[in-house]
Ligand binder design. Structure first.
Ligand code: HMG
Ligand code: MG
Length: 315
């Protein structure tokens, strides 16, 4: 039996192709209570590559006290597959993180600012301006070393401590990151509170501020089930880089707080229906997420993984 796929039904006005920026190994695993072995993490990345993903955020060189799940970053990088078209960005918060990443052989890094003071203090132990001052030399050193640098802005649509986040606040932080020399800017809905009209407005404001559409990525968490609708709004606005997490990894299914990212399977299903090429093999990706769910001891929260049922080979 052939693998189920949606009917291809392309509407006008969408990009021909989308680059999926896979974050399951980083954003997903950083939130899991189960800490996986470095071999399982490497096998996860290899399987994602096998499914056609080309940009896979692999891990973080942050303080191991803050994120113990990713404390094995040095051990992971040498185990990753090689290939000209493959990119494995890693998160770095400061010069110590960049030094560790460079020593381990990373050539793509990401810094991660917040749009709000509250999250900046909680995530980085720094005010927003202090965090930006911490990133400036990191970006400059990385660019000087011919590394590719992504800048994240978190809490772009709402913040659990501050509520609604003004568009101008996001534009200001995004502008600072781009001025530093970031090649790409990922707009993060960290707690999943965005809705499509808000996405439309914020992307419009970022483009109006001078950030080229080709350098904008969207990063939706699916807490309120809005991630796919928000992604479609971003595609309609011309965005062609979409962050997603295999199996919808991340968050805790037993806690009422933020859940995982947009599941890569759910994204690819929609892209297939829209006729937007992603280069991802949905069948292999679903197999990978089922395999990972076995390691994590819980079913994948992805709707597509759930809809396609259990792996027939595993009963
Ligand atoms: P701090 O405690 O203020 O740091 O944390 P510090 O500079 O005072 O150093 C404290 C200790 O950490 C020292 O060690 C340092 O050496 C060590 P000690 O003397 O106590 O033994 N240290 C490090 N060790 C290894 N690697 C490093 C490093 N830096 C310091 N790079 C710090 C400040 C930034 C380090 C900390 O706050 C941190 O690591 N934060 C990272 C938090 C994080 O990873 N959050 C998740 C990623 S963000 C995200 O998920 C959102 C995103 O997905 C987008 C979205 O959804 O919107 C990207
Ligand atoms: Mg995230």
């Amino acid at each position: 039996m052939s693998f189920p796929t949606p009917v291809r039904y392309p509407p006008p006005g969408l990009p021909e192709s989308v680059s999926v920026y896979e974050v399951g190994a980083r954003d997903g695993l950083q939130n899991e209570s189960v800490i996986l072995s470095v071999e399982v993490k490497a096998e996860f990345v290899r399987r994602l590559v096998g499914a056609g993903l080309r940009t896979i955020e692999a891990t973080s060189f942050v303080s191991p006290k803050w994120v113990p799940q990713l404390a094995d970053a040095e051990a992971l990088l040498p185990l990753l597959p090689e290939g000209d078209a493959l990119r494995f960005p890693v998160l770095v918060p400061n010069r110590a993180g960049l030094a560790r990443a460079r020593a381990a052989g990373a050539s793509q890094v990401a810094v991660f600012a917040a749009a709000t003071e509250s999250f900046s203090r909680r995530n980085l132990n720094r005010s927003l301006d202090e965090a930006l001052a911490m990133f400036a030399p990191v970006v400059s050193e990385a660019v000087g070393a011919r590394m590719w640098v992504r800048g994240y802005v978190s809490m772009c649509f709402g913040d659990p401590w501050e509520g609604r986040v003004p568009v101008e606040q996001v534009v200001r932080v995004a502008g600072r990151l781009m001025e530093m020399g970031c090649a790409e800017l990922s707009v993060g809905d960290t707690i999943g509170v965005a809705t499509p009209g808000h996405v439309h407005d914020l992307l419009g404001a970022l483009v109006a501020s001078g950030i080229p559409l080709a350098q904008l990525a969207v990063h939706f968490h699916d807490t309120y089930g809005q991630a796919l609708a928000n992604t479609l709004a971003a595609l309609e606005a011309g965005v062609t880089i979409v962050d997603a997490s295999a199996g919808g990894l991340g968050g805790c299914p037993y806690a009422g707080s933020a859940t995982g990212n947009l599941a890569t399977e759910d994204l690819v299903w929609m892209l297939n229906g829209l006729g937007v090429d992603s280069g991802v093999d949905l069948g292999q990706l679903v197999q990978t997420s089922r395999w990972m769910a076995g390691h994590l001891g819980r079913p994948s929260p992805s709707r597509v993984v759930a809809a396609l049922g259990p792996d027939p080979e595993q009963g």
